[in-house]
Write a protein that binds this ligand. Sequence first.
Ligand code: UDP
Length: 381
Amino acid sequence: MQILLVGAGLSCAVIGRRLAEAGHQCRIIDARDHVGGNCYTRRDPETGVLMHVYGPHIFHTDDEEVWTYVNSFTEFMPFQNRVKSTTQGGVYSLPVNLLTINQFFGKTLGPDEARAFLAEQADTSITDPQSFEEQALRFVGRDLYEAFFKGYTEKQWGCSPTELPASILKRLPVRFNYDDNYFFHRFQGMPRDGYTPMIEAILDHPGITVELNTPYSPDMAETADHVIWSGPLDGFFDYELGRLGYRTLDFEQFSHQGDYQGCAVMNYGDRDVPFTRITEHKHFAPWESHEGSVCYREFSRACGPEDIPYYPIRLVAEQSLLGEYIARAEALRGVTFVGRLGTYRYLDMDVTIREAMDTASLFLECLAENRPVPAFRKSPL
Ligand code: UDP
């Protein structure tokens, strides 16, 4: 079969590879001048620092098959994300852990004492937290909420935490020990030379051709037996029903001689600091050493038509529009929607790869059983 895959990011690379290995011809196009989508990394020409061009990407997973998969294409180095937060005139450790609690409240509590102390801070009248704010007040109390989460979240999402679902905060643990590893997954690391060589290696198969600087046009689909679409779901339909809401990011790049902030990620919890965080790229590759340093100040704002979509917003209004686009997609034949933009979900890299593997398996099963390949492996509603 001739398969057209739109977007040369993780989803289409993984799917294309599987389908090419099964003997299909995969043509992957991308409007950008590079592969890798938003995982793209490249070296800064002046300092030699490996840059996470579209913001930091840290690989973490509990999925052993996914971990084995990525390690089969590139060498991974150990890396644990240890995030700090500057707020209310101090610097603290994230995610909220015993050090954060003791430093923030000026105490010397042990784990059980801290648990009891936070339980006193918590608003126990909230029994079933629905919003981000309720979740925070219920589990960490008002003081920590206001210092670490309220301002940051208002900046990140452009709305009040009362309007956001509790699920967003549930991404972050609260720990009653001194473990400051941001993630709790078994497997964590960074590709030694960045994500670009890893994705290039996945794409390196005789059954795959990659065309960069090549925007999609509907006539391309006519020459293909099937289209795998990893662009925006609403973009496939020319935004006919309106646009699904996204947040976009602006990165203000600056250089520094030596070490700017002493860590990879410094969050800023105060509302009156306009950016959400500063990332210092060389600290994502602690096995390298560079004199110079390159940093990003990261600003979040509503995504306009010309901007790069990053975070799907998925508030109530988006849900109904999403439902309408899903119905349209499901009425098509010969197009499968994948990835963060194609299914309008905030996906970590490991989940993206897992879903891409499963989509490729489903595709091959459908062909073997002579039934149509569905628009979505699972409904993204
Ligand atoms: N968050 C926060 N303060 C922080 C870090 C995170 O309030 O210092 C909130 C914010 O709303 C964010 C959510 O917690 O969207 C999830 O955090 P995570 O680090 O997973 O953000 P992401 O990786 O999605 O940028």
